[in-house]
Design a protein around this ligand. Structure first.
Ligand code: SF4
Ligand code: SF4
Length: 480
């Protein structure tokens, strides 16, 4: 019934922005949004200052992206550039989680967790504190410029810029030791690139959260377009329950209709849901691309219903299928567990288990080899053959370690490491500093007088003298 009444929506390539002045609301969704906002912002601004002791040679910042040394530190995890697949795994996990959230409850990411939503909410809060709620802001914007208006606008923009600057400032703290960088920034001794990034992020935060707001979600973000393919009729979405709301009308009109035995809906056409919407849309027109599923219209409507003594939930998380079922007189059915959501959950579990297993069994020792290209072998005066290699040893532990080096696959062969001053049982001992890689030139001498194939597979192996941990790499021993 309401579907037939909904006005057709038109989209143009470019539309001049109509300024939106969302009304503040109170309710369960608003409370959830406040809680998420303060928790996520708290984490973002304070996390760089959290300390995590890793040992004397390691940085003590819990979360640090150390670009200079190619390390990513996350509490007890330290990733090397060779382990970038963990980051890929995390991105895949994040994508599946987003898909699952969408399949279960539509764009809840957009409405509650997306940085664009969180910062826009914060900026709106500042605007309300300084300029007042919806009505005062509309009045202020239409009023001529006076000293009071200039003062209010200046105060708002100054606060916005301060928040934006803090946002940019916090970002760079993830890339260096936070307390040291804060001091350097304050004394003007920080690297130029830090100031540049703070400037860029201050500008983008100020513009995106202060001015562009819902336009980012509607025009710039690809997610609203993608989510259509990830949603089905059983996905929960903020919906106007037209089965209950229509036909709309004032309390008086609805009483008259009911007195005549005619149907009357619960919607009193007060437009409180529209006034509260940060996207400036009317949810009663049906699910729309602009809707970020924040639930503020539901809070606004619940307040109206409570005042009228009618049941809340005229606007609520519901499914299209249920609205249609209720119109047919059937009870609603909620299918959170269905093929789509189960598939995403299984994929999340699979990727999560694979990542945890890889993390739990990751090696802290690594070895790679590069055979000399020219000459590929040398025939010595005594007739024996010598091959040269460059070995790279990886020590991912925060302590200095000593390894013996041996070679397998060529009985009677002897191995020498250039610069090694110690040996054990004829095996050179190589030392690698904490959390370091070490490049070593290695010479392998084939057994004297033996007939050798032109290409013999060999294996280099290093063994940690303290823990017994090993790493090996295969290569070839070349001969004429
Ligand atoms: S229609 Fe409701 S849920 Fe959608 S953006 Fe507006 S207030 Fe949020
Ligand atoms: S707030 Fe509720 S009652 Fe008011 S117009 Fe919106 S849906 Fe109707």
């Amino acid at each position: 019934m309401a579907e037939a009444q909904a006005a057709p929506r038109t989209y143009t390539l470019y539309e001049a922005r109509k300024r939106i002045h969302p009304q503040s609301v109170k309710g369960k969704f608003r409370s959830i949004k406040w809680a998420i906002l303060w928790v996520t912002l708290g984490i973002y601004y304070l996390l760089p200052f959290l300390r995590w002791h890793r040992g004397p040679h390691e940085p003590s910042q819990a979360v640090l992206i150390d670009l200079a040394n190619g390390r990513f530190y996350f509490f007890f995890i330290e990733l090397w550039p060779q382990e970038v697949y963990y980051i890929m795994g995390l991105l895949i996990l994040a994508a599946f989680t987003l898909f699952l959230m969408n399949a279960v409850a539509g764009r809840i990411w957009c409405g509650y967790l997306c940085p664009q939503t969180v910062w826009t909410d914060l900026f709106l809060w500042v605007e309300r504190v300084i300029e007042g709620d919806r009505r005062e802001r509309i009045k202020l914007d239409a009023a001529p410029w006076t000293a009071k208006k200039i003062g209010q606008k200046a105060a708002k923009h100054a606060l916005w810029l301060m928040i934006a600057w803090w946002t940019g400032g916090a970002w760079v703290l993830y890339f260096a030791d936070a307390p040291t960088l804060v001091k350097a920034l304050a004394t003007g001794e920080a690297p130029l690139v830090a100031y540049l990034w703070i400037g860029i992020l201050t500008f983008t935060t100020y513009v995106l959260a202060g001015f562009m707001r819902e336009q980012v979600c509607t025009y710039m973000c690809p997610w609203p377009r993608i989510q259509g393919a990830l949603t089905d009729e059983h996905s929960l979405n903020i919906s106007y329950r037209y089965d209950r709301g229509e036909p709309r009308g004032s309390v008086k009109k609805s009483a008259q209709l009911k007195a005549q035995g005619l149907p009357a809906g619960d919607c009193v056409d007060c437009f409180q849901c529209v006034a509260a919407c940060p996207a400036g849309i009317d949810i009663r027109d049906g699910l729309q691309m602009e809707c970020i599923q924040c639930g503020l219209c539901a809070d606004a409507c619940d307040a109206v219903m409570l005042k009228l003594g009618r049941p809340t939930g005229l606007i609520a998380y519901d499914t299209d299928a249920n609205i249609k079922r209720r119109m047919r007189g059937e009870p609603p059915v909620y299918k959170v567990l269905r093929a789509r959501s189960l598939l995403y959950a299984v994929l999340i579990l699979g990727v999560g288990i694979a990542m945890l297993t890889a993390l739990a069994t990751r090696s802290f020792t690594g070895l790679s080899a590069l055979h000399d290209r020219n000459p590929i072998y040398v025939t010595l005066a005594d007739g024996s053959i010598r091959n040269g290699y460059t070995l790279r040893l990886l020590n991912k532990r925060p302590i200095e370690r000593r390894f013996t080096l041996e070679v397998d696959g060529l009985p009677g062969a002897r191995v020498e490491a250039v610069g090694a001053v110690e040996a054990r049982d004829g095996k050179p001992i190589l030392t690698v500093g904490p959390d370091r890689t070490e490049e070593v030139r290695v010479l392998v001498f084939g057994p004297q007088g033996a007939h050798l194939d032109p290409s013999t597979p060999i294996v280099f192996r290093i063994v940690d003298l303290a823990s017994g941990e090993t790493a090996s790499v295969a290569d070839l021993f070349k001969a004429p």
